[in-house]
Design a protein around this ligand. Structure first.
Ligand code: GLU
Length: 488
């Protein structure tokens, strides 16, 4: 087989939708699985839709997830320029060649005429082919007069076009359904549809990978390839990405299902490597149903025949689970580094024992943005009710909690070193003396220290992180709260 070349051809919209990222990923993986080249091409011929900084978003996203392109606007290559607006003058001669061979034509229809076609009784979906059969004389006259024009593709009026897609199999479309689409716009720029085909050919692209919304346009592209006598690429169309609705049904993934952009997901606390791993499984399944893959493992395992045509459902719970797996697989230091922005958000000018804090958070956190809320009680003791001291399993109530705190406070106060070990040893010597279970002592200590029943970590870790002064202060406050209430 010819050297495999794939391309990611985003239009710079300023936003990397998970669907686009999946396309980029699959193009990259297909290229890698064949030892081929992965090309980045920016499709910016729609000048009205240009968004400032959008190309940078594409570079940044690819870099952040570790998808490196072999050729592209920023890294160069033999087939540049890789930005379509920089190739602007290259397309018109190709369109003119088609006009000459009778496969395309000049269209001088005014905007008013085109708009009027979509109004009134005769609502018409596509162009009515008004200029398709203008005489050569008329065309020359209009061109000489400088009338603005577009160039349209002349679709066959009979028969059908068939092609094979690797994922969807054989697809046939009746030619009458194909509109005489515009190839060159009145501003001289090619349409996406035209530039895409010309560039795929000129850049030697062997595999075209994209969302299945392009399936019905593919016959139009194929007619262009045919008209030029170019070899068709291998088509790999990817299944739709759906979102779960509240009533259990599914519909095309959109913002109401949750974040759909890469940056938004990262801001929500998902790790780029977990996002990529999860996205890889949206439409592709390895033979052994394995789920956790690094990008380089994906490159090794990925194969086109594992791509399914049934719609993939974006399951945020599953992504969250996977993210948790990634967080837990990190070293403690790695986790602390990632968590530090959240730590510093809650404690901008204070240093806690970050290592101990991370050790209680790492097993529990599934998204980084949970951290700030989870640790806020260290900064500020929440308002709480003495009812929290009552716990059946630990056999505690508001009376014996007083005894427990009264026993715990002095031994903690006497500690010279405030470490997890010293606190552990001091506290766990008490239950035997008091003839109670460990839980009976630790429950009230944790409630007084945290002011809540569900905490990351147990009493000992929480006391360690609070530091001696704050810990003792909170235990005394809890004790007072209980005593005041027991008096009433
Ligand atoms: N520029 C198109 C897009 O952003 C590319 C489609 C294709 O890959 O052919 O959707």
């Amino acid at each position: 087989m010819k050297d495999v070349r794939t391309r990611f051809a985003p239009s710079p919209t300023g936003f990397m939708h998970v669907g686009n990222l999946r396309t980029a990923l699959y193009e990259y993986l297909i290229a890698k699985s064949f030892n081929g080249k992965f090309v980045l091409r920016i499709e910016d011929t729609d000048q009205e839709r240009l968004v400032e900084g959008a190309v940078q978003v594409i570079y940044d996203t690819l870099k952040q997830v570790g998808i490196f392109h072999d050729e592209g606007p920023d890294v160069g290559g033999d087939f540049g320029p890789y930005i379509q607006s920089k190739r602007k003058n290259l397309y018109l001669p190709y369109a003119q060649e088609l006009v000459k061979s009778g496969k395309a034509y000049y269209c001088f229809c005014s905007k008013e005429r085109l708009d009027s076609m979509h109004k009134g009784e005769h609502v018409f979906e596509g162009y009515d082919r008004h200029c398709r059969d203008l005489s050569q004389e008329e065309v020359d006259k209009q061109l000489a007069a400088g009338t603005p024009y577009v160039i349209r593709q002349k679709m066959p009026m009979t028969g059908f076009t068939t092609f094979t897609d690797v994922v969807y199999g054989e697809i046939t479309i009746e030619n009458t359904e194909l509109e005489d689409q515009i190839l060159i716009k009145s501003d001289g720029y090619p349409t996406y549809n035209f530039a895409n085909v010309v560039d795929d050919h000129l850049m030697g692209i062997t595999h075209v990978v994209r969302g299945c919304e392009y399936l019905t346009s593919t016959p139009k592209y194929n007619l262009l390839y045919e008209a030029y006598g170019w070899k068709l690429p291998t088509y790999v169309h990817l299944p739709m990405i759906m979102g779960k609705n509240e009533d259990g049904s599914v519909s095309k993934l959109s913002k109401r299902h949750g974040s759909t952009g890469f940056v938004d997901l990262v801001n929500e606390g998902y790790l780029p490597e977990a996002i990529v791993n999860y996205i890889a499984l949206l439409g592709w399944c390895p033979k052994d149903n394995r789920e956790i893959f690094t990008l380089s493992e994906l490159a090794e395992y990925f194969s086109v025949d594992g791509i399914s045509k049934s719609p993939a459902v974006f399951d945020y719970d599953k992504l969250t689970w996977m993210n948790g797996e990634y967080l837990r697989a990190m070293t403690l230091d790695g986790f602390t580094q990632l968590a530090m922005p959240s730590y510093k958000k809650v404690f901008p000018d204070q240093d806690l024992d970050w290592g101990v804090l991370s050790s209680i958070l790492q097993p529990r956190v599934t998204k980084l943005n949970q951290i700030a809320d989870m640790i806020h009680f260290f900064k500020e003791l929440p308002e709480y009710s003495t009812e929290l001291f009552i716990n059946k399993k630990s056999k505690t109530n508001t009376t014996n909690s007083v005894t427990m705190l009264e026993a715990a406070i002095p031994v903690l106060e006497s500690l010279d070193y405030w470490t997890t070990e010293s606190i552990h040893d001091a506290l766990l010597a008490l239950p035997e003396k008091l003839e109670v279970k460990n839980g009976t002592l630790l429950w009230p200590v944790r409630i007084a220290a945290a002011g809540m029943t569900v905490t990351p970590g147990g009493a000992i870790e929480i006391l360690t992180i609070l530091g001696k002064a704050e810990a003792i202060k909170r235990l005394n406050m809890g004790l007072k709260k209980l005593k005041d209430e027991n008096k009433e």
